[in-house]
Design a protein around this ligand. Structure first.
Ligand SMILES: Nc1ncnc2c1ncn2[C@@H]1O[C@H](COP(=O)(O)OP(=O)(O)OP(=O)(O)O)[C@@H](O)[C@H]1O
Ligand SMILES: Nc1ccn([C@@H]2O[C@H](COP(=O)(O)O)[C@@H](O)[C@H]2O)c(=O)n1
Length: 216
């Protein structure tokens, strides 16, 4: 018999704060965390590093099939160019099939997991007992990303960041395969007016309710 698992599914647009929340929740509950955006970024970076095209589905899918989830280097994958390239390879069904299979295996083999991305509640873990769709206005998200880059001693232009976010959101929401959207049973968490602690407490309340239900 398969052991019981509990997955927290978190989705939302770029820089909405879903990764921050996912990490906080995973630390709080002692769960394993997978940032699924890193998996798409890793495929994109593997192609870029080898000088391979970003629009060849067969080549990209081969990279996705060979990806090892244990070796995702967040720092190396964090650049703007890799994020932009990731959203291009993410439109390819064969890439998604390979990555979704690995993401599902992560959720199904560990007892407590938090996965964040764009299609966790809709495609990867449609039966997750708790789903959060984290949003914030595009302006708020751009300001947060801007502050993050400046804090890391980088240079950034707020208007350019806003344009990038909006372009990436449009690609993620407009693609045919697994577009970004809230699952029908997701809780919407708009953090435009919330600081990180307030957003965490709101999310924790929803997870606590789901955990209590799953143990009843
Ligand atoms: N509620 C909040 N209030 C203020 N800042 C926040 C809030 N949530 C997250 N942040 C900050 O916003 C930035 C983006 O957050 P985060 O990286 O978690 O977003 P994300 O949705 O995971 O982004 P991506 O999709 O690009 O991976 C970070 O600098 C984070 O510290
Ligand atoms: N479940 C997911 C996660 C990510 N993507 C795509 O990857 C891009 C990068 O994601 P980040 O969260 O690291 O910014 C993102 O723009 C999506 O195109 C996805 O499709 N599904």
């Amino acid at each position: 018999m398969m052991a019981k698992t509990f997955t927290i599914a978190i989705d939302g647009p770029a820089a909405s704060g879903k990764g921050t929340l996912a990490r906080r929740l995973a630390a709080h509950y002692g769960f394993h965390h997978l940032d699924t955006g890193l998996t798409y970024r890793a495929v994109a970076k593997a192609l870029i590093d080898r000088g391979l095209p970003l629009d060849n589905e067969a080549i990209a899918a081969e990279m996705a099939q060979n990806l090892d989830l244990k070796h995702l280097d967040r720092k190396a994958l964090a650049t703007h160019d890799v994020g932009e390239a990731a959203s291009k390879v993410a439109i390819m069904p064969a890439v998604r099939r390979a990555l979704v299979a690995a993401q599902r295996a992560f959720a199904q083999t560990l007892p407590g997991t938090v996965l964040d991305g764009r299609d966790i509640g809709t495609v990867v873990c449609p039966d997750a007992p708790v789903k959060l769709y984290v949003t914030a206005s595009a302006q708020a998200r751009a300001k947060r990303r801007h502050a993050e880059i400046l804090a890391g001693d980088g240079e950034a232009d707020l208007a350019a960041i806003l344009a990038d976010l909006e372009r990436r959101d449009a690609r993620d929401m407009g693609r045919t395969d697994s577009p970004l959207k809230p699952a029908d049973d997701a809780h919407l968490l708009d953090t435009t007016e919330m600081d990180i602690e307030t957003a965490f407490l709101a999310a924790k309340r929803l997870v606590d309710e789901a955990l209590a239900k799953s143990q009843a």
